[in-house]
Design a protein around this ligand. Structure first.
Ligand SMILES: [Zn+2]
Length: 316
């Protein structure tokens, strides 16, 4: 008998679209990239088929380098109804760029993608989730560049220390500069929070952990922002000699990725981050309208000032 699983909060399905050689774990330098095969056709085709099977739209954070080298891939994904978002140009960590280099990297990638799809790109994800407490300036710059949301902050202390903002908001939130932040998902065990349901964690942790992560997020009415890379569906990619921990993180369970995603898509409702962003904006506007109406009925103080003060306290 088929198991019935209750569907609750709507989650987001995202893909960081880059080639296998862009993974920082493999440490392959920029000068080698042009001579290496992208190997994106098959895994992207598998992802698109899987998403179509489950009638699901996803957000593809596309690297500008890939868009330049294989533009048809971007239009294919866009024509299939998915959101095109930005993963920067050359996959450099944000904490290794200065403000001018970051602006240049994001604007070049954004322009490249927009010229291919003919519509604005409003979402950004930093390579390796590398926006942290030292690079908060980048969030202001994203807003200046026309982004409406970011999904780069991992609210954890990651075991390897390469990313994470311990204590950052676990739920989508509106930042002071007007940008929405959609944090990556965490699994709470005892008093610790660990990364889960993204990339290597989706492959390394047993599926029980992913299931617990969804339960915890569902109970808190918080979306799980799942993330995957096409190279994680490519067990035959060229093998590199790298230290043990990096090898473990990059190559473990590549042959299981597709079936795990299939299971997740059958158990939960997913949509694009653009849709979640629009939902949050609408919800916030409705709350503002209710507060303003109530304040005007009370008539005790100037309606706009009181409503604005209360609205500021609304959790989105
Ligand atoms: Zn990446």
């Amino acid at each position: 008998m088929a198991m019935t699983i209750k569907k609750q909060a709507q989650h987001a399905f995202t893909v960081d679209l880059e080639a296998w050689f862009h993974a920082h774990n493999l440490n392959i330098v920029r000068t080698q990239w042009d001579d290496l095969p992208l190997r994106l056709d098959q895994p992207v085709s598998q992802l698109l088929s899987l998403l179509e099977k489950h009638h699901t739209q996803a957000t593809f954070f596309i690297l500008g380098y890939v868009a330049k080298r294989q533009p048809a891939l971007v239009t294919t994904i866009h024509q299939a109804g998915h959101e095109i978002a930005c993963h920067g140009m050359d996959h450099q960590r944000v904490d290794q760029l200065n403000e001018s280099q970051f602006r240049d990297d994001v604007s070049r990638a954004k322009n490249t993608l927009e010229s291919l799809i003919g519509e604005p790109v409003i979402g950004y994800r930093a390579p390796a989730y590398s926006i942290g407490s030292q690079t908060h300036w980048s969030l202001d710059m994203l807003r200046e560049l026309g982004m409406r949301y970011d999904s780069s902050i991992y609210p954890v202390r990651a075991p390897h220390g390469r990313y994470g903002v311990p204590g950052a908001a676990l739920s989508p939130s509106l930042l002071d500069n007007g940008l929405y932040e959609f944090p990556l998902p965490t699994w709470k065990i005892f008093r610790r929070r660990l990364p889960a349901a993204t990339g290597g964690y989706l492959r390394l942790w047993p599926m029980l952990v992913t299931r617990l992560t969804f339960s915890q997020h569902d109970r808190a009415n918080r979306p799980v922002v799942v993330n995957i890379h096409p190279w994680e569906l490519d067990p035959d990619q060229p093998r590199q000699v790298v230290p043990f921990m990096r090898r473990l993180s990059h190559y473990t369970n590549l042959s299981k990725t597709l079936s795990r995603l299939d299971l997740l898509l059958s158990q939960h409702e997913f949509t694009t981050l653009r849709n979640l962003y629009q939902h949050h904006v609408q919800t916030r506007q409705s709350q503002l309208d209710v507060i303003k109406k109530a304040t005007m009925l009370n008539g005790n103080c100037p309606p706009t000032r009181k409503a604005d003060k209360q609205a500021h306290a609304i959790e989105v």
